[in-house]
Design a protein around this ligand. Structure first.
Ligand SMILES: NC(=O)c1ccc[n+]([C@@H]2O[C@H](COP(=O)([O-])OP(=O)(O)OC[C@H]3O[C@@H](n4cnc5c(N)ncnc54)[C@H](O)[C@@H]3O)[C@@H](O)[C@H]2O)c1
Length: 429
């Protein structure tokens, strides 16, 4: 596994647990040093135990020596990041191509090279070209095996995937990769194979569709707020239609994280490159950006446009629960705006303090919910961590006339009203 981030480490540990001998390579020396002590560099439930077990069994090894790892391996997964290029919408493929160049210099026997990183359609063709510059074409095959795991549920998702997608133009390569996944397929995982470009595009099409579902229900929630309709009724009832499906229909903040924002952007670039206007995805991206403004302006309205010196508590700052990932979390837009207007912000997140926001003036990290909510004017529930689901707000705040803005609809508006609480949520009145 080249690239030992969320995808490389989780997949590497799971493949090792299935009996394979795995080298997890990373250029980040500190990361490899901590992993050699079984310290996991990010928050992912269950990963520490899995890594420790397989590290001690000798099946899982960590290294910065990419050359030696390439030489010793039969199958190489490229798992490096593909973030958005600065000031552009394109996926940055420099990390992927650098690994391809490294592989081209170290091919000593036949290898299957698989992109697990999310890469735009035709990237596999370019990887093949890079490697063929230095190696005989008979010495390698490039395939695609996009990863669909979700942070926070990564191990379960890897072991019980909805489907395993393999893309290669050669049946023998598909069979070889399929055999690696046999233990999962035997337990019921669906397996789907296609050509290499097909697999590359499937990953983007899946992420863009899910992003569309989120933006769609968020816009319907805006309409619910104006028409006195409960968004949850709408989500439940439309979700009962099997053509629609009930998942990803929970209204809330803009989608964020390390995948949907960058992948929707990159897909529109690919569309333009091939003269195909992906207008739906372009408007989803716009809608998602607008969502951040809509919710931030609502915060202002809740506080009657008087933000200066108001104490605002934020519960949860990550883009979703059970991860410490802050990438493109909508809070990253909200906090600077509120700070600029003079708010004093206390935040708590079960995954710990975040450097991305703690550097702002008047933004303070608290060690628990009690400290974060004490004497607050407004509590914003931003991420639906379990521990935010049954709070006694009056006991926590110890002050009159505070307000709650629940961006995840964790509480019932009726019950909150009964308790005399000033409660606002999404798509419900
Ligand atoms: N995070 C997710 O939930 C998720 C899910 C599915 C797919 N993906 C895709 O998988 C890919 C990896 O995502 P991630 O979240 O694991 O990224 P990450 O940023 O957590 O990890 C990437 C790792 O690659 C390492 N790296 C970069 N260049 C390297 C090189 N030349 N040699 C060795 N190591 C190198 C980095 O140091 C880093 O540790 C991306 O394309 C992403 O879109 C991510």
């Amino acid at each position: 596994m080249i690239g030992t981030g969320y995808v490389g480490l989780v997949s590497g540990a799971c493949f090792a647990d299935m009996g394979n001998s795995v080298y997890c390579v990373d250029k980040d020396k500190d990361k490899i040093k901590s992993l050699d002590n079984c310290d996991i560099p990010f928050y992912e439930p269950g990963l520490s135990e899995l890594v420790t077990k397989n590290f001690h069994s000798g099946r899982l090894k960590f290294t910065t020596d990419i050359k030696s790892a390439i030489r010793k391996s039969d199958i190489i997964f490229i798992c490096v990041g593909t973030p958005t290029v600065k000031n552009s919408n394109s996926a940055n493929l420099n990390y992927v191509y650098k690994v391809a160049t490294e592989i081209s210099k170290n091919i000593n026997k036949f290898k299957i090279i698989i992109t697990k990183s999310t890469v735009p359609v035709t990237t596999g063709d370019k990887i093949e070209k890079i490697i063929s510059k230095k190696s005989n074409k008979k010495m390698f095959e490039v395939a695609s095996n996009p990863e669909f795991l979700r942070e926070g549920e990564a191990i379960r998702d890897f072991r019980f995937p909805d489907r395993i997608v393999i893309g290669s133009n050669k049946k023998s390569v598909i069979n070889k990769i399929r055999s690696l996944y046999d233990p999962l397929i035997k337990k019921g995982a669906k397996f789907f194979s296609t050509n290499r470009r097909g697999a590359e595009l499937i990953k983007y099409a899946a992420n863009a569709f899910l992003a569309t579902k989120i933006s769609y229900i968020n816009e319907i929630a805006n309409l619910c707020e104006k028409t006195d309709v409960n968004i949850e009724d709408v989500s439940i009832a439309i979700g009962m239609d099997q053509r629609i499906g009930s998942r990803f229909l929970r209204a809330g903040p803009a989608y964020g994280g390390s995948c949907f924002p960058k992948d929707t952007r990159a897909l529109t670039v690919t569309g333009d490159l091939f003269n195909t206007n992906l207008s739906i995805i372009k408007s989803v991206i716009k809608s998602n950006e607008k969502r951040k403004d809509i919710l931030t302006k609502k915060i202002k309205r809740i506080l009657s446009n008087k933000i200066k010196n108001k104490k605002i508590s934020i519960l949860g700052v990550t883009f979703k629960p059970n991860t410490d990932d802050m990438r493109e979390s909508s809070i990253l837009k909200m906090i600077p705006y509120l700070v600029k207007l003079g708010a004093i912000i206390k935040y708590y997140d079960p995954s710990g303090k975040k450097t991305d926001i703690s550097n702002y003036k008047n933004v303070y990290y608290c060690d628990d919910v009690n400290e974060a909510c004490y004497k607050s004017d407004l509590i914003i529930i931003h991420t639906e961590w379990e521990e935010f689901k049954t709070l006694d707000f009056k006991k926590l705040v110890k002050k009159k006339n505070f307000k709650i803005y629940d961006l995840r609809n964790l509480y019932s508006p009726k019950l909150m009203k009964k308790k005399g609480l000033n409660y606002f949520s999404i798509g419900r009145v």
